[in-house]
Write a protein of this length. Structure first.
Length: 250
């Protein structure tokens, strides 16, 4: 399992993913799930992956055409004129990869090679855009009504984003919000784990404005985790007390 979040703000995009992959409690590894391509001054495209690791790695390899000789490689998404077409190409590749693996494994492969992808970025002259690509290859785009996407283990970190999100918040506050979301997920599910990869894409920058790997000893993440736990306890104790002997009881 994994956890990835992409969030749209007025000032840009904030992205975060974990790096844990596991096949049982005794087989845990670290794999990067965030990948970025840039053309300085022209575009930045970042994808985050969740699901079957072999399937998502195959999609990344196809995007970079790693099967070709180095001099013949041409990243297919860097030539797409719009982010919509980038998402379309990635969806096509994801559907093809999953279909090939399921067909090769027959009935045993059904449902075992599923994966999903968040696509984020900006191309010069256009708005920053965020998409979620489903295993079937279709996708949806973030909007004012749905300004963030999660893939992987989503349920534990979702409530804090819903309550804390403000499209006009600063990029720094967006990072803080995702830190709390990931801390809540890590506390609740062992299949999501550190280190975390963080990336901020400021509007019209066409390159990562900030990148950081959050390790186990990261002082800011430790402070967020500790402070959020204390804040929740204080908020709980500040709520009105419940009484077994209320005035309307008969």
């Amino acid at each position: 399992m994994t956890y990835c979040v992409g969030m749209v703000l007025d000032k840009g995009l904030v992205l975060m993913s974990d790096t844990r992959t596991n096949s049982g409690v005794d087989n845990i590894s670290v794999f990067r799930k965030m990948f970025t391509w840039t053309v300085p001054g022209e575009r930045i495209i970042t994808v985050m992956t969740a699901g079957n690791l072999a399937s998502t790695q195959a999609v990344i390899s196809l995007l970079e055409e790693r099967s070709k000789e180095p001099g013949e490689r041409d990243n297919v998404i860097l030539g797409s004129p719009t982010m919509f077409q980038v998402a379309t190409e990635i969806g096509r590749l994801l559907r093809r990869v999953i279909g090939d693996r399921q067909d090769a494994n027959g009935a045993r492969g059904q449902g075992k090679f599923t994966a999903s992808i968040i696509v984020a970025g900006q191309i010069a002259g256009m708005e920053p855009r965020l998409f979620m690509v489903y295993p079937e290859g279709n996708f949806i785009e973030a909007s004012h009504d749905t300004p963030f996407f999660q893939i992987g283990e989503t349920k534990y970190g979702r409530p804090i984003i819903i309550r804390g999100y403000d499209r006009q918040m600063s990029l720094e506050d967006g990072v803080k919000l995702l830190m709390v979301s990931f801390d809540s997920t890590l506390k609740a599910n062992l299949s999501v784990g550190l280190p975390l990869d963080l990336q901020v894409i400021e509007r019209d920058s066409y390159e990562p404005s900030h990148q950081h790997r959050v390790n186990h000893d990261d002082p800011y993440f430790q402070a967020i985790s500790s402070s959020w736990g204390d804040a929740l306890k204080n908020a709980f104790h500040s709520l009105p007390d419940y009484s077994f002997y209320r005035g309307d009881d008969k």
